[in-house]
Design a protein around this ligand. Structure first.
Ligand SMILES: Cc1cc2nc3c(=O)[nH]c(=O)nc-3n(C[C@H](O)[C@H](O)[C@H](O)COP(=O)(O)O)c2cc1C
Length: 191
């Protein structure tokens, strides 16, 4: 027999249900780290900040997924399993934070490869990104400007609304938690 008076019990159950509903309705961000060194460190710091904001933020490290290089011939063998697993997580998110290094003045292949697979594995190639909000971060050797520009062009092409400000870390610019929090809050407001 419960020691809590039945009326109070009802109140606790209702409160639990409201909390569960609130969690279920929370906005979802998918945080994507293209690599598992500096950019994963940056992603972890970003995720820590989101823990104090009203949002659910799942982190994926692309280096943990073995995704073959997209080619039209490879496509004939079907969508690779890791891509099949990742697509629902992309669909489920209403916003993205993408952290990646600049490679040769552009986007690292691990990221464009996944985007290529996603675009050919969904009903309409834009489905996963269209109308969603994206924030880009980078820890690169330099400022990462070429990566940021290239990533913005690709995400805009896919229909995403990309925030004008970026999160930039390198050997000259250390991680700034205050400005990062502001950028994430801006992203959340737009979700
Ligand atoms: C193949 C390759 C190309 C790179 N090209 C650039 C570049 O064009 N601009 C730049 O600023 N850094 C460049 N870098 C340096 C990386 O951006 C830098 O080492 C970054 O921290 C790597 O990210 P990670 O530590 O998360 O793996 C390059 C690194 C590699 C391996």
């Amino acid at each position: 027999m419960s020691l809590i008076p039945s009326g109070l019990n009802y109140g606790i159950d209702l409160h639990k249900k409201i909390v569960q509903l609130h969690i279920a309705m929370r906005k979802k961000i998918l945080l994507i780290s293209a690599t598992s060194r500096n950019n994963l460190t940056l992603s972890n710091k970003i995720q820590e900040i989101t823990a104090n904001l009203d949002v659910q933020c799942d982190l994926i490290n692309l280096e943990e997924f073995e995704i073959p290089l997209y080619t039209p011939i490879q496509q004939k063998s079907g969508t690779p399993l890791p891509v099949q697993e990742l697509i629902p997580r992309f669909i489920d998110a209403s916003g993205f934070i993408i952290c990646a290094p600049e490679y040769n003045g552009s986007i690292p292949p691990i990221l464009t490869n996944l985007i290529a697979w996603i675009s050919v594995s969904t009903d309409k190639w834009r489905d996963v990104f269209n109308g969603k909000i994206a924030l880009i971060g980078t820890h690169s050797g330099g400022g990462g400007n070429n990566f940021l520009q290239a990533m913005k062009i690709q995400l805009a092409h896919l229909g995403a609304i990309v925030l004008p400000r970026n999160i930039v870390v390198n050997s000259y610019a250390e991680f700034n938690p205050d400005s990062t929090r502001e950028k994430i809050k801006q992203l959340i407001e737009l979700l």
